[in-house]
Every structure is written in C-alpha cells, then in structure tokens.
Design a binder for this molecule. Structure first.
Ligand code: PLP
Length: 376
C-alpha cells in the first residue's frame, strides 16, 4: 500500500466560490458599516431563523460567548448547580464555570454518547438551577425526558447544540427544544461564518436582554445597566454565513455519502463500532467517531491513533480526556459515577471528515485501519 503524500487531517473548512463572497462583502464598502448589527448581520439573522425554523434567534461573534451569555441571561445565584455532561468540548463546562456556577456531571449513554437522562434526577439538589446537555456529534439528547425533569423541578434547559446544525427530531428542528439552544458557526463545523454562533429560543422577552449582554450592556449612550461583554458578530462573518447557507444542504448530503462509504468499509472489522442513523432523526453527519474495542480489534485506540500517522492520517481522540480530567478541573468534582463517559472517552477516535474527500480517500483510510490491525 503506497503511503499518501497528502496528509488527511481530521477536518478541513468549507470555502465557497470566492466570487460569491466578494460580491457580498462589496456591500460593506458601500455601506461603510462593519459591525454592530449592520445590514448583512440583519440579513443573516433572518435567514438563519428561517433555516433553523425557530421563533427567535440572536447572533454572536462565536459559539462559546453565545453559550456563556445563554447561561448568564438567567442571572442564577452564584454557586448554583448546573447538571451537564463530561463528554464534550471544553467550551460547555467553561461556560458554566465562567458564569460563576458549579457543574455537576452526569454520566452518558453508551449507544449515542449523549447525557443519560435517566440519571439526571438523582443529581438534583436544592441548588440545581439548570441542565446543560450537548447534542454530541449531532446526535440529539433525549429531549423529551430532559423536558419532563426540567418541568418537574423548575429548571432551565440550555442546549449546547454546537454540533447539531440542521438536525431534526421527529420532524421538529432541534433549536426548538429547551429554553435556549446554542449553535456554533466555527470554521470546522458543518456550517460556518468563519467564527460565529447563534442562540435560538422561544421566549421573545430574552431578545432585548441578549442584545444588551452582547454589547457591553449599553442600552443608550447614557445608560448601562448590565455587566455585559463584547459578543457582536461583524459584517464579514455575516457575509460568509449568508453565502455558506446556500451550500449547507449539499454539504450535508455529501457528508452523508462519505459516512456511508466509511460504514460500508468498516462494517466487517471486528472491534470497530460506529453510530448508525435513526429513522426519527434528520442527521447532519457532522463527525465520524468510531469506538475501538481493544479486546476484539487487537490494539488500543491510542495505538491505532499513532499508527495511522504513519499513513499520513491524522485522527483525533475526540473527546479525550474527559472534561473532569482537565488540569483546571481535576479533583474538583465527583467523577466516580462517570463510568460510561470514561469508557467511551478511552476508546473513541474521530476519523477525517470533510466534503473534499473522495470515495478513494475513504478506501485508503479504511484499508490503513485494516492493515494496522493485521500487522499485529
Ligand atoms: C465548537 C464547540 C463550542 C464552541 O463554539 P465556538 O463557536 O468554537 O466558540 C461549544 N461546544 C461544543 C460542543 C463545540 O464543539
């Protein structure tokens, strides 16, 4: 097997035809309006609201700031507890901690790596104010069960929907669940605006407060009543968003094909497991994580990850380590019950996925996995 000269990275951002982007940003030279809710920002927000099929939406400079403000807008008392997942990107927990709140970690399910809603109730105390679950890899949380618990205990639900742009549950667009959902438009996500993010929500009363929070709390030039931050999306980001939105459906279709090539190639390899489609969901094919079972596959995830580099294939241990094992959090929280999260985190490997990949590229990556297994 010839080693590929081109490296396969885990992801590669989508770029639209440059002429289309130029055409959008030319308007910025006409308006001389670069940021602070310019015309492209307003146009993009309208289009996003319609694409995601949600009641309300507010754009932000990035997904993390959006998530932090989604938590801050409820003004929970300092030290309140928020139930969340340890199997996610750093941003989810940082948003809780940076808001002066205490994360309480709930274990995940082995089948789709989302928070195990059955285990949430036992973690609730008189200090609990919210649940922050993650639709990890675009696979939805059990939103119905989460709602039942939140209603019973009067908790807010803020979804980290960073991975789940375009996903639907039983034909309902995913941004309609919970009190607020955050979608990230980072360059490496399924849909992007270079950097960017949006909050979607049903309660229109939140709109004014979110707008204040993202603009330093400045109400009028003479009145500042909220300790806000700078979370505004600029016109260049909005222009990229407007253009990329024209391509997102074809991007998702292409991703589906690539994932199906992978599934076909990997289905008979002992010790490799991957997520399947579910009939009640519309997927966005955001990532292709596999689970490596050392007992059946013969080698560990860590060795496979290293060996693949010799084939010029760069995978990611996504998500490893668990949040609770990060240097900044280690030893601070109860973790002994996070058995499934640890199991998955020790075995998960995310394979290269971007729409420039051809079927022959997927064959190459799959064959490399087979070769690595056979050589041992
Ligand atoms: C990307 C991501 C974020 C943060 O979004 P940014 O737009 O990069 O700030 C938050 N949560 C998860 C799960 C993510 O993957």
């Amino acid at each position: 097997m010839n080693i590929s000269k081109e490296p396969y990275l885990v992801t590669k951002p989508f770029l639209p035809p440059i002429e289309e982007y130029k055409k959008e940003i030319e308007k910025i030279w006409e308006t001389n309006w670069l940021t602070n809710s310019g015309p492209l920002h307003e146009k993009f927000n309208k289009e996003i609201k319609s694409y995601l099929n949600v009641k309300e939406s507010t754009l932000f400079v990035n997904g993390h700031i959006a998530l932090e403000l989604a938590i801050k807008v409820f003004e929970f008392p300092k030290g309140s507890e928020v139930i969340t997942t340890p199997f996610t990107f750093a941003s989810t927990t940082h948003a809780i901690v940076n808001s002066g709140l205490t994360p309480v970690f709930c274990d995940i399910k082995l089948d789709d790596f989302t928070i195990d809603a059955q285990k949430i109730e036992s973690l609730i105390t008189e200090k609990t104010v919210a649940i922050v679950p993650v639709h990890i890899f675009g696979y939805p949380v059990d939103v119905y069960m989460v709602k039942k618990i939140a209603d019973k205990y009067n908790l807010k639900v803020i979804y980290d929907a960073a991975h789940s742009f375009g996903v639907k549950i039983d034909d309902v667009d995913i941004g309609n669940f919970g009190d607020i959902s955050m979608f990230s438009f980072h360059a490496t996500k399924v849909f992007h605006s270079i950097e960017g993010g949006v909050l979607t929500y049903g309660d229109e009363k939140l709109k004014n407060r979110l707008d204040l929070y993202k603009n330093f709390g400045v109400n009028t030039p003479d009145s500042v009543d909220i300790v806000g931050i700078n979370g505004k999306m600029n016109e260049f980001q909005a222009a990229m968003g407007v253009v990329n939105l024209r391509y997102v459906d074809s991007e998702i279709n292409r991703r589906e094909k690539i994932i199906n090539f992978y599934r076909e190639n990997l289905k008979n390899i002992a010790g490799i497991r991957y997520l399947e489609d579910k009939i009640f969901l519309k997927h966005n094919y955001a990532y292709f994580p596999i689970i490596v079972d050392e007992k059946k596959f013969g080698i560990t995830r860590d060795i496979l990850h290293e060996e693949l580099k010799k084939y010029n294939i760069f995978t990611r241990k996504y998500f490893y380590p668990l949040i609770t094992d990060f240097g900044c959090y280690k030893g601070l929280y109860e973790t002994s019950h996070l058995i499934n999260a640890k199991h998955i985190s020790d075995r998960v490997l995310t394979l290269p996925l971007y729409t420039q990949l051809k079927e022959s590229d997927i064959d190459y990556i799959s064959l490399a996995i087979v070769k690595i297994q056979q050589n041992l």
